[in-house]
Design a protein around this ligand. Structure first.
Ligand code: ADP
Ligand code: ASP
Ligand code: MG
Length: 404
């Protein structure tokens, strides 16, 4: 007997037939003699609709009310999934975040889980009752509903698995595993049997949304065994594991892309000590995250600084820089939201040279100009014009011999 958390994403609970399918899968696991807890996302598209309503009423909405609204998608599917399970003769009940409780910090809209009370659920699972937990939501220190950021049900599932000391956390989604890149962009992407926590963490953080970044971080820290698999087929999925468990390590594990960043160039800033602090200090004070940065070579005592911020933060970043204009002393600011970040990730980069140069050569051969570069120990990222996403991802996937 094993204790398993089964998480179903939006596509897997998109309509009543699919919810029936989910219930049947859960029952099959229960019939095998396992203890099961279920975590569900909102129906596909539901959260987008809820976010859209908030934004349409007020672009600068109250984040606490946003959470009250967007958390409802998961309440619907938790209840419906419990009903579908009961229809199959399985004892089940729904749990909202506050009922468990899933306690979070107070950052509405992107809260982090602080703790989960697991005892009551464990006691119920022991007598054969299936908890169906609404993902994506918790309760903040202000006693109000919080949500965990887009894609946050993955994190709910992993955190619950840790709290319940589950043997495994199965993430059911609309693809049958983790691939060398998004299979919707590269049809001959290869499914990985295993991937390391570290590589998956890096891939998620540079845009591979198959798992929310925070969920991988948590799985790594709490040693939760995560498996990604399809709710529509019985194909074996992908296990996220420790480095020692991967036998044949490729140099590059995967390619990811993100459309979520925007580029800002601050022109003709004085080329002197303290200039980076003068630019990035006010941005950080305004909670604008800066990702990639390049400082161009100085000439005539001035230089240009180019960097990226989250696309949704662009208006705020420009406003902050305008306000700080005197202190920085730049000539002008240019911004471009139509950019894409393409990244290659692999722990093999630690011991193999040439990964970055292969990337640069491949893009050059396709006539794709690189605007900004950033690297870490196991990742190289480049910023390119938005229209090149698919071409760049496909070309790199082939160049690193990842094609199936
Ligand atoms: P869910 O609603 O089940 O959480 P998501 O849409 O959040 O599903 O995540 C699954 C999607 O992630 C896939 O449909 C796929 O397009 C995308 N994806 C991006 N990179 C990868 C990758 N490397 N492997 C698998 N899927 C990926
Ligand atoms: N429903 C939420 C979202 O769309 C959470 C999730 O699906 O993981 O972001
Ligand atoms: Mg998701």
């Amino acid at each position: 007997m094993a204790r398993i958390v089964m998480k179903f994403g939006g596509t897997s609970v998109a309509d009543l037939d699919r919810i029936r399918n989910v219930a049947a899968r859960v029952k099959a696991e229960v019939d095998q003699g396992n203890e099961v807890a279920v975590v569900v996302s909102a129906m596909a598209g539901a959260t987008n609709q809820l976010v859209d309503w908030c934004q349409k009423l007020s672009p600068l909405f109250d984040a606490r009310e946003y959470d009250a609204v967007v958390a409802t998608g998961e309440q619907v599917t938790a209840g419906l999934t419990a009903i579908a399970l009961q229809n199959l003769g399985v004892d089940a009940r729904s749990w909202m975040g506050w009922q468990i409780a899933v306690e979070t910090d107070g950052q509405h809209g992107k809260a982090r889980i602080a703790s989960i009370e697991g005892e009551e659920l464990i006691a119920r699972m022991k007598i054969g009752q299936i908890p169906v937990v609404a993902g994506f939501q918790g309760i903040g220190p202000d006693n109000r509903i919080t949500t965990l950021g887009r894609g946050g049900s993955d994190t709910s599932a992993v955190a619950l698995a840790a709290a319940l000391q589950a043997d495994r956390c199965d993430i059911y989604t609309d693809v049958d595993g983790i691939y060398t890149t998004d299979p919707r962009i590269v049809p001959n992407a290869r499914k990985l049997a295993k991937i390391t926590y570290e590589e998956m963490l890096e891939l998620a953080s540079v845009g591979a949304k198959v798992l929310q970044t925070r969920s991988v971080e948590l799985a790594m820290k709490e040693r939760v065994r995560v498996q990604v698999l399809s709710s529509f087929t019985d194909a074996p999925g992908t296990l996220v594991v420790d480095e020692e468990e991967v036998v044949e390590q490729e140099i590059v594990a995967g390619v990811a892309y993100s459309r979520d960043e925007a580029k800002i160039t601050v022109r003709k800033v004085p080329d002197r000590p303290g200039i980076a602090a003068a630019i990035f200090g006010p941005l950080s004070d305004a909670h604008v995250n800066v990702d990639m940065i390049v400082q161009n070579l100085g000439a005539d005592g001035t230089t240009d600084m180019t960097f990226t911020v989250g696309k949704t933060d662009l208006p705020r970043a420009l406003q902050v820089l305008e306000t700080a204009r005197q202190g920085i002393g730049y000539a002008e600011i240019a911004s471009d939201p139509n950019v894409a970040k393409i990244s290659v990730v692999g722990v093999g980069m630690r011991s193999h040279a040439g990964v970055a140069s292969t990337m640069f050569r491949t893009l050059a051969e396709r006539g794709i100009n690189i605007q900004v570069i950033s690297t870490s120990e196991i990742k190289v990222s480049v910023l390119v014009a938005g229209e090149y996403i698919e071409l760049a991802v496909r070309a790199l996937h082939t160049a690193y011999e990842l094609d199936a």
